[in-house]
Write a protein that binds this ligand. Structure first.
Ligand code: AMP
Length: 279
């Protein structure tokens, strides 16, 4: 595995691979790697000749500066984990390498309603930050295929929109949510859960499973109220628990023929957790 810290040398190297006809797969991450990240790398290796993984904790996507400061950084452990995978290149840029000397006056993207609902409501500006970092990373790596997790479902829709806005031909593959044995969706933020919160955290997935089991025989608003009450009883502060369509994430009050998801975000012991399932 080759580690690059400079975008110029990475682009130059990748150009030489492209000239040889190699297909490039890209897995962008913020590090503190877990099996969820490694599953994206595995998926990338199945269809690519070269897998590029990036680790960059992107300041532009944190609406809460304290969350950014507390975000787990585990670079040495991450490198060891990646050495056991088929990652050929790790990109480890600094903040100035991505954004230059200042982050003032960055561009904005016309994501429309999608950036103001759900995650966007509770994390204002988050998706502009995602757009800013992804546009830069994609211009540096110029992959054939990009791999992202269903765990951050709304983010996959935003990135899909970004690819249209930038008019670049990159195939986006969305990989399934990898979970702990007790159902908790793997997340770098789980490292910050206290022992007692970690024990309660799987209730999120149990609630989503409850909705999945019952959405055919109960009105959505009633069912979601029950789910919310279930979470609140266990000490969660629920930001949203909704059933939505797959394309625009619009709230549904009754079933539709197209694919539907149940999505949630909830706080437990000062940590914000998100998860979703297809119904
Ligand atoms: P992050 O490091 O949290 O920015 O995540 C990097 C990528 O890994 C994103 O595309 C996430 O959606 C994906 N990811 C995070 N957690 C999981 C998981 N539990 N299963 C599958 N993919 C995940």
């Amino acid at each position: 595995m080759i580690i690059f810290k400079e975008k110029k040398s990475l682009s130059f190297y990748l150009d030489s691979l492209r000239k040889e006809g190699l297909k490039i797969g890209f897995v962008p991450t913020m590090g503190a790697l877990h099996q969820g990240h490694l599953s994206l790398i595995q998926a990338a290796s199945e269809v690519s000749d070269m897998v590029v993984c990036s680790i960059f904790v992107n300041p532009a996507q944190f609406n809460d500066p304290r969350d950014f400061e507390k975000y787990p950084v585990r670079t040495e452990e991450d490198i060891q984990k990646l050495l056991g995978t088929s990652t050929g290149i790790l990109f480890l840029p600094s903040v100035p390498e991505i954004y230059g000397e200042t982050m003032d006056g960055l561009e904005t993207y016309p994501f429309g309603d999608l950036e103001n609902i759900l995650e966007g409501t509770f994390r204002p500006g988050h998706f502009q930050g995602v757009g800013r970092v992804m546009s830069r990373l994609l211009k540096i790596v110029r992959p054939d295929t990009l791999f992202m997790g269903q765990k951050d479902f709304q983010q996959t829709l935003i990135v899909s929109k970004l690819l249209n806005i930038l008019n670049i031909n990159i195939k986006l593959i969305i990989c399934p949510v990898i979970r702990e044995k007790d159902g908790l969706a793997m997340s770098s933020r789980n490292l910050r859960l206290s022992e007692s919160a970690r024990k309660k955290a799987p209730v999120i997935h149990r609630t989503l499973s409850f909705v999945k089991e019952n959405f055919r025989n109960q009105p959505f608003p009633e069912l979601l109220e029950k789910g919310k009450a279930f979470l609140e009883k266990e000490g969660f502060k629920v930001e949203y628990l909704i059933i939505a369509d797959r394309l625009r994430l619009e709230t549904l009050r009754e079933p539709i023929k197209d694919p539907m998801l149940c999505l949630t975000a909830a706080w437990l012991d000062g940590i914000r957790l998100i998860d979703n399932v297809f119904l």
